[in-house]
Design a protein around this ligand. Structure first.
Ligand code: G16
Length: 544
């Protein structure tokens, strides 16, 4: 095999964010841009010669081209084999499943998740380690350091591989296995959940559901699992064909971007259960009849009902949530007598806790929930978890949620996003908040007294690595919280996320509209951070 060494010069903007490197497609299409980053990944790794690399993608624009580049570079760098999803498709949780099942050295996932796709939209790439999870910060920082000094990458000059036929090929000295992207994942789901009970519910004639795949990667998975294996009615899966530009839609499962689904969940012929997943299949949104389950509440419900699912019948070892996720699950953990860890935003922070067996379930406010079955958050898994609970409890989604609030109280919660702010303005806003954490502590704002204020810093419970500057949190003595952080996944300017939460006891919380109920705290969030003065924004762009 003849290896070609290509001279290159570094780019200074290849620092991975919350979940890998996300940029506009046009940025990735610059000569050497993708190659530099891939070589930086390989240079950051050790002892992979002869081993297996999994390559997956969410089917978005530029996936095919990127996979051809990466496969040739993997061969030139000495991998023994790559496993690639047929048609360049492999959802993020399925990639994690395949890495773990076949003991691969690691994987490269090509996705910008819920960000739009197409020639003028977004692309992304991230590296996952042998546990199937996103590389921890010490690896992503090392990739970044290498990318700043890289001067050469390795490839081989050969014809493209056939991405559309299942089976083995060789390229240079390396095997290429094109795999069915669905089967391993669907089998894993069948091993966790009570498919008989779910089949009975879906076949009862008394229950209907919709799953919105948002023209993204979960379509084929949902057809196989929901319609084929579980017998859900034809047409259960909506927008089920993966499209490179997601049909021009924004594949983000929330109330704003899954409007068609939301419309199907109210009125006379509405379904009982609705769900959606995102571009790469790791996010989920859960709906009942005229009812929306917030992601933080969903995590709490899954934790409280876990033993109804065969895969978790033995109970949970512990739970983790990201810091801005509401504290609803904390009270479930307390009741169960298990630990609840608070981590920074980013799935990579759950990996060590899962590997060490310290937690079984974890989740985030950003529509992500998962467990120790893989090392990524998992959209369809969360949908199946709810379906399993519905099949056993035989109650509506709303009734399950109301029961939960009655028992544990409710955290009324909202997130306000201010998007595409000039980066300098956003940094100034965060800097001035950081500078005022001591000054804010103890202050009273019309009855809201700040009990504690800091810039969140996390020490990993396993490897003791410290991650600082993870968001300014203001905790009030009423139990309310306001949290500010900048998104690490955007591709245009900066996105300021403001998370607002207030706990209310049992029955009092049943009918509360978060925007109305949290109005005072929302106003306070604007005043304390001087959002209008520093960014010129009066209102957020997206509310979840
Ligand atoms: C990614 C990460 C999540 C994170 C989310 C939002 O999700 O995997 O852990 O919560 O981004 O991050 P940020 O608030 O920094 O934008 P995904 O679904 O985009 O891969």
């Amino acid at each position: 095999m003849e290896i070609t060494n290509i001279q290159t010069t570094p780019f200074d903007d290849q620092r991975p964010g919350t979940s890998g490197l996300r940029k506009k497609v046009k940025v990735f299409q610059q000569p050497h841009y993708l190659e530099n980053f891939v070589q930086s990944i390989f240079n950051a790794l050790k002892d992979f010669q002869g081993k297996t690399l999994v390559i997956g993608g969410d089917g978005r624009y530029y996936n095919h081209e990127a996979i051809q580049i990466i496969v040739k570079m993997a061969a030139a760098n000495g991998f023994g084999k790559v496993m690639v999803g047929c048609n360049a498709l492999l959802s993020t949780p399925a990639a994690s499943c395949v890495i773990r099942k076949y003991n691969a050295f690691g994987g490269i996932i090509l996705s910008a998740s819920h960000n739009p796709g197409g020639p003028n939209a977004d692309f992304g790439i991230k590296y996952n380690t042998g546990n199937g999870g996103p590389a921890p910060e010490k690896i992503t920082e090392s990739i970044y350091d290498i990318s700043l000094e890289i001067n050469e990458y390795h490839t081989i000059e050969t014809a493209d591989i056939d991405l559309d036929t299942i089976g083995e090929q060789t390229i240079g000295d390396m095997y290429v296995e094109i795999i069915n992207p669905i089967t391993d994942y669907a089998d894993l789901m069948e091993s966790i959940f009570d498919f008989d009970a779910m089949r009975a519910l879906l076949g009862s004639g008394d229950f209907t559901m919709h799953f919105d795949a948002m023209n993204a990667v979960t379509g084929p998975y949902a057809y196989e699992i929901l319609e084929q294996r579980l017998g859900a009615a034809d047409g259960t899966v909506l927008r089920g064909e993966p499209l490179t530009d997601f049909g021009g839609a924004h594949p983000d499962p929330n109330l704003a971007h899954a409007k068609e689904l939301v419309a199907l969940m109210s009125g006379n012929n509405a379904a009982d259960f609705g769900a959606a997943s995102d571009g790469d299949g790791d996010r989920n949104m859960i709906l009942g009849y005229e009812f929306y389950v917030s992601p933080s509440d969903s995590l709490a419900v899954l934790a409280a009902n876990a033993t109804l699912v065969p895969g978790y019948a033995e109970g949970l070892t512990g739970i983790a949530r990201s810091m801005p996720t509401s504290q609803a699950v904390d009270r479930v953990a307390q009741q169960l007598g298990i630990e609840c860890y608070e981590t920074p935003t980013g799935w990579k922070f759950f990996g060590n806790l899962l590997d060490a067996g310290k937690i079984t379930l974890c989740g985030e406010e950003s529509f992500g929930t998962g467990s120790d079955h893989v090392r990524e958050k998992d959209g369809l898994w969360a949908v199946l978890f709810w379906l399993n609970i519905l099949a056993v409890r035989k109650q509506s989604v709303a009734d399950i949620m109301f029961d939960h609030w009655r028992k544990y109280g409710r955290d009324v919660y909202t997130r306000h996003d201010y998007e595409a702010i000039p980066v300098a303005d956003a940094n100034e806003l965060m800097d001035q908040l950081r500078d005022r954490t001591t000054e804010l502590t103890g202050q009273d704002f019309d009855g809201y007294t700040v009990e504690y204020c800091d810039d969140f810093s996390y020490t990993d419970a396993v490897d003791l690595c410290v991650s600082s500057q993870q968001g300014v949190r203001i905790l009030f003595n009423s139990g309310a919280r306001i949290i500010y952080r900048l998104s690490g996944t955007g591709t245009e300017g900066a996105t300021l996320r403001v998370y607002i939460e207030q706990q209310v006891p049992g029955d009092k919380g049943l009918d509360l509209d978060p925007q109305k109920n949290l109005a005072e705290l929302i106003q306070l969030s604007k005043d304390i951070a001087r959002i209008e003065k520093l960014t010129g924004r009066l209102l957020p762009d997206v509310i979840t």
